[in-house]
Ligand binder design. Structure first.
Ligand code: AMP
Ligand code: MG
Length: 523
């Protein structure tokens, strides 16, 4: 493969002074090149994130250049690229699955940016030694979903890998039906997963395990290098820090109503980033036991199980780190005490997230009861989760209409609510139950300036989310080479808290056919 010279772009050349995954050596990856698309199927652009391109200092023109198109579809190499696929293992659906990947992700190199060094990775650019019989490719529909959701999550303020673009081609790909190939370019400080650590622990490569942990600490968790707690053991401090970041990420998932769908340990980032978007879903109706992954027959990854599953996954990470924590009993104690942090960090982060959703800037003891109260009501009536929160926010922003902080009288509810078309109260059949909750909320928020409550709520409760049916419509159009829906959605999702009057219908209730959309692991 030829290297495309680029005045505009170059990956960092190897520098021994820097901690780089690529410096860890051949036990960690296989150097290889992306596989060009088969002839006669040239690549084309499906979607590009100019917002990310700008953050990366690339300039808009580069991301529409032929150089970028060829490189980001796997047909050519960018200057300075020394590509590789890394090896990891993992627990899938609670069962040890042994060696897994990267079966179709190829790291291109590291870019120096204003935000620090970032790795670029192609997903779907051909087979690797870890493909296990897979074709190393990804299909258009799942690539569009990953692209849009990565950028959406970032705009929602949730830690995630980013997506620079999707390129497509007409190269045929066999899944349940014949589909076409696509490649997503992902960008993140690191793509290291819990499964990387598990790989070296389970294969008894403890020297490599230590090297990986040392690299992770030096590069991403320097504060863990000389901890005051855990008898000075840096690896226990790492486990604690990862537990805290994971707790924050999952709390934000729960608050926004995001179901990941495949929380296998190989899909858990060591940086607490949302990674590997597959059969994910943003909740429509608030059904806590909702299962978004059609392949998840047991509901292991149901929405309300995500916080416990994250802990289970952290426990696996703790087990993998045991060889670095000392002798058997002492190591176990250290791991368990590091993991304890999850049990306090998660509820704290969850409460903070829900306080923000309610526009509350201070902390009161009764907050959890208030939060649980509304969640219970939403679940009982299967109210649309995002529409409820947005309507509540909009209601708080109205100066002179009845509002939750001035509860409606039970005697004459209809009269009192008529001034607002989008009253959250109308979402409930049991108006008295909602009014009772509103009264509590009103008493709780009465001392905070109404405008600041509304302001925080409107910045916290998104109007636009990547609901399944919206993604589906964009995918169906893209299959016919109309990428305008991908672009429209990207614009809305990158600004999810703003009003987009021309596209208000994208914030509507899902159509009835949305419930029949089945998204599986097939991608
Ligand atoms: P996932 O379920 O997408 O997280 O994938 C689990 C593992 O299978 C990862 O290591 C992937 O890289 C690999 N994999 C998934 N699909 C393919 C494919 N079409 N070809 C090769 N490897 C794949
Ligand atoms: Mg994966």
């Amino acid at each position: 493969m030829s290297t495309t010279p680029s005045a505009a772009f170059s990956f960092l050349s190897p520098s021994p002074a820097q901690e780089r995954f690529a410096h860890l050596g051949p036990a960690f990856y296989t150097a290889l090149q992306p596989t060009p698309l088969p002839a006669p199927y040239p690549p084309y652009w499906v979607g590009t994130s100019l917002a990310l391109a700008r953050e990366l200092g690339l300039g808009d023109a580069w991301l529409s250049s032929n150089e970028a198109l060829q490189a980001l579809s796997g047909n050519a190499l960018l200057s300075g690229s020394v590509p590789y696929a890394s090896v990891y293992s993992g627990h899938q659906f609670g069962v040890w699955a042994g060696q897994l990947g990267d079966g179709r992700a190829i790291c291109l190199g590291e870019q120096a940016t204003a935000q620090g060094r970032l790795e670029w990775q192609l997903k779907g650019a051909g087979r690797t030694p870890y493909s296990r019989g897979g074709d190393g490719r990804a299909v258009l529909r799942s690539s569009i979903r990953e692209f849009l959701c990565s950028e959406a999550m970032h705009a929602l303020g949730i830690a995630t890998t980013r997506a620079l673009c999707v390129t497509g081609s007409d190269a045929p790909i066999q899944r349940e039906t014949l589909e076409t190939a696509a490649v997503v370019t992902r960008v993140a400080p690191s793509f290291v997963r819990f499964g990387h650590f598990e790989h070296f622990a389970y294969t008894g490569q403890h020297g490599e395990l230590k090297a990986l942990a040392d690299y992770t600490i030096a590069r991403f968790y320097p504060m863990c290098a000389q901890p005051t707690a855990f008898g000075g053991n840096p690896y226990a401090a790492l486990l604690q820090a990862v537990s805290e970041r994971t707790a924050c990420m999952v709390a934000q998932w729960q608050a926004v109503g995001f179901c990941h769908g495949v929380m296998n340990t190989d899909n858990m980032s060591i940086l607490g980033l949302t990674i590997d978007y597959g059969p994910f879903q943003f909740l429509d109706a608030f059904v806590p036991s909702h299962i978004c992954n059609h392949s998840d027959t047991q509901g292991r990854y149901a929405y309300n199980r995500q916080p416990n599953i994250a802990y289970w996954n952290l426990f696996c990470l703790g087990q993998a780190l045991m060889p670095l924590l000392g002798e058997a009993n002492a190591a176990q104690e250290l791991a368990l005490s590091a993991l304890e942090s999850y049990k306090s960090a998660y509820p704290q982060a969850l409460q903070a997230a829900y306080r923000a959703k309610l526009g509350l800037v201070d902390v009161q003891e009764t907050d959890m009861a208030l939060i649980e109260g509304i969640l219970k009501l939403l679940a009982t009536e299967r109210v649309d989760y995002s529409i409820f929160w947005r309507r509540l926010s909009e209601q708080m922003a109205l100066p002179d209409t009845p509002q939750p902080s001035r509860p409606i009288s039970a005697e004459n509810p209809a009269e009192n609510t008529s001034q607002s078309a989008n009253n959250p109260r109308d979402l409930f059949l049991d108006r008295r139950a909602f009014d009772a909750w509103s009264l509590q909320y009103s008493e709780r928020s009465t001392h905070i300036q109404r405008a600041s409550v509304a302001d925080l709520m409107l910045k916290t409760n998104p109007k636009y989310l990547l609901r399944n049916h919206l993604g589906e419509k964009a995918i169906q159009a893209a299959k016919l080479k109309d990428f305008s829906e991908v672009n429209t959605l990207l614009t809305l999702l990158q600004n999810p808290f703003e009003e987009h009057p021309a596209h208000a219908s994208y914030a509507d209730f899902p159509p009835s056919w949305a419930a029949s959309i089945e998204i599986s692991c097939s991608s």
